[in-house]
Design a protein around this ligand. Structure first.
Ligand SMILES: O=C(O)c1[nH]c(=O)[nH]c(=O)c1Cl
Length: 314
């Protein structure tokens, strides 16, 4: 059996990569991902200027010894767009493809970064984070369909119809799957969707301290890990069914070959890891690769195409 695959016509040794935001904020982390057995890698969502982000604690795993998941309200800490643009210029693309994630604080900031990327003519693949903040008091872009449509119209024309992708927040209503997909399908250059970002504004409470466990936003934060797997699989499959011309990247609840297999069965071409990578480090790619291969062997699958998107219904 082989894990080899292609994405946007690029060859990958395997479908596994990090989720933006995890182990990808600074050069040392990016170099560790390059040296890891991941098939691809993505940078931390960046803003035009560097940001410190929110006060700590801003990331916690739940039930530490057996982390069922994580909660975070990082606040978009990053080194600023120029730092990641410089990394795209020195990345070794022969080793593995690189995605660059942007999350501008304003439409103009997003357009400025897209414009610089277009001029840079870098092989890096753009993933626009639609969970980026919107106008204060308004829902995040991924939940403000008019703002999302406007952004995509401006970005796709600014990017000269070059292929790019979007990182979507989770949706929980069939009508929202329909509406989001209808917008995305109007932009053929949006070649992939990454589902899902963390489940927003969860609240974890510690019974011993009778307190929340992260400092920002009175403890409200994005949920990752085991808790989000069924929602992640639903979003992967919903967009896989609704966007036949686009690839889907799965993200959410992957910590072993088992969940990676489920994401691919649901329609994911690549699979990202966040919480599990945060806790285990880049060695996780070696482990999950072996586990996925073992499951394929047990089931008699030679390659990913043998089961990709072949989820059965009853
Ligand atoms: O707080 C963050 O930096 C953050 N945290 C997330 O869980 N998803 C995101 O897209 C971002 Cl930008």
């Amino acid at each position: 059996s082989s894990l080899a695959t292609t994405f946007l016509d690029l060859p990958l040794a395997n479908p596994l990569m990090n989720a933006s935001g995890v182990w990808c904020s600074v050069a040392s982390q990016l170099e560790a991902l390059l040296e890891s057995e991941s098939g691809a890698m993505v940078t931390k969502s960046c803003t035009l200027d560097p940001r410190n982000g929110n006060p700590e604690p801003r990331y916690r795993v739940l039930d530490g010894n057996k982390p069922w998941g994580s909660i975070n309200s990082m606040g978009l800490p990053n080194e600023g767009f120029p730092y990641y643009l410089r990394y795209t210029e020195r990345h070794d693309y022969e080793t593995k493809p690189l995605f660059i994630s942007i999350s501008g604080l304003t439409l103009d900031d997003n357009l400025a970064m897209v414009d610089s990327l277009k001029d840079a003519v870098t092989p890096a693949i753009l993933e626009i984070n639609l969970s980026c903040p919107n106008v204060p008091g308004k829902a995040q872009l991924g939940y403000d369909f008019d703002a999302m449509d406007t952004l995509l119209a401006e970005v796709t024309s600014g990017y000269g119809q070059r292929q790019l992708g979007v990182k979507l927040p989770p949706y929980f209503d069939i009508a929202h799957f329909d509406e989001a997909a209808a917008i995305l399908n109007r932009y053929p250059s949006v070649a992939f969707v990454t589902c899902i970002n963390s489940i927003g504004n969860a609240l974890v409470i510690d019974i011993n301290t009778e307190s929340v466990i992260i400092k920002p936003k009175d403890g409200f934060g994005g949920l990752g890990g085991d808790y989000v797997l069924p929602t992640a699989l639903a979003n992967v499959n919903a967009f896989y069914r609704r966007c036949p011309e686009k690839a889907v990247i799965g993200c959410g609840g992957v910590k072993s070959g088992h969940e990676a297999f489920l994401h691919i069965l649901a329609g994911a071409t690549l699979v990202q890891m966040g919480t599990a990578l945060y806790e285990e480090g880049p060695g996780i790619f070696t482990r999950v690769k072996a586990e996925l291969l073992e499951i394929m062997k047990q089931k008699g699958y030679e390659n990913l195409a043998d089961f990709h998107g072949k989820l059965k219904t009853l």
